[in-house]
Design a protein around this ligand. Structure first.
Ligand SMILES: [Zn+2]
Ligand SMILES: [Zn+2]
Length: 195
């Protein structure tokens, strides 16, 4: 290969690389973090659009935000609108009644002849089961909203579920020490889930 053609090929390659380089999409705009003026970044807050660096970025459920906007997002979770309160109440009460009824049915059908031996254990466990179900349901129907109002809704639903269970299965021993502990655990589950 002559020196000339060698140069030609080299030149062509350089040309192709140059074309490739030029056809690459424009590099992302280089920004500087609004909190750290010396840190380059390509990130922006999804809410207020200000540039943020890796140190400042907060990953929320839906997007990436600056610290200020991430804080803003948390407020609506606690700021429960009446619609969500009604949804929580309807969902919570419905599932409380359904859980109480279902458990009563299962226990009545499923434990014939065993009642004397397990009544003192099954009753408390059933209360905890209602608490768990109510807590999960209220969370689900309110889009993960939380706060004192929904905690009250959850506990009310738990009490209603308990009353349904108690009314349908008077043979369950719930008023024992184990039952009281179970009631506290159930309330703690509901309150904790909606905190
Ligand atoms: Zn922001
Ligand atoms: Zn920063």
């Amino acid at each position: 290969m002559s020196l000339h053609s060698q140069q030609f090929i080299e030149g062509k390659r350089v040309q192709r690389v140059a074309v490739l380089w030029r056809s690459k999409p424009m590099a992302q705009e280089i920004l500087y973090c609004s909190n750290h003026k010396d840190i380059e970044t390509t990130l922006r807050c999804a809410k207020c659009d200000k540039p943020i660096c890796g140190k400042c970025v907060v990953f929320t459920d839906v997007d990436t935000r600056c610290r200020e906007c991430a804080r803003l997002q948390r407020i609506p979770t606690y700021n429960v609108s009446p619609i969500y309160l009604v949804r929580g109440l309807v969902g919570g009460l419905a599932i409380g009644v359904a859980a109480g009824f279902t458990l009563a049915l299962l226990l009545t059908v499923g434990l014939p002849g065993q009642l004397g031996r397990v009544a003192g254990i099954v009753g408390p466990l059933a209360i905890i089961a209602i608490g768990y179900t109510v807590g999960e349901t209220v969370t689900l129907v309110t889009n993960k909203k939380r706060g004192p109002a929904l905690q009250a809704v959850g506990v009310a639903s738990l009490v209603v579920g308990y009353l349904v269970l108690e009314a349908l299965t008077p043979w369950l021993i719930i008023g024992s020490l184990f039952g009281i502990i179970a009631a506290i655990v159930a309330i703690a589950i509901v309150v904790g889930r909606l905190q």
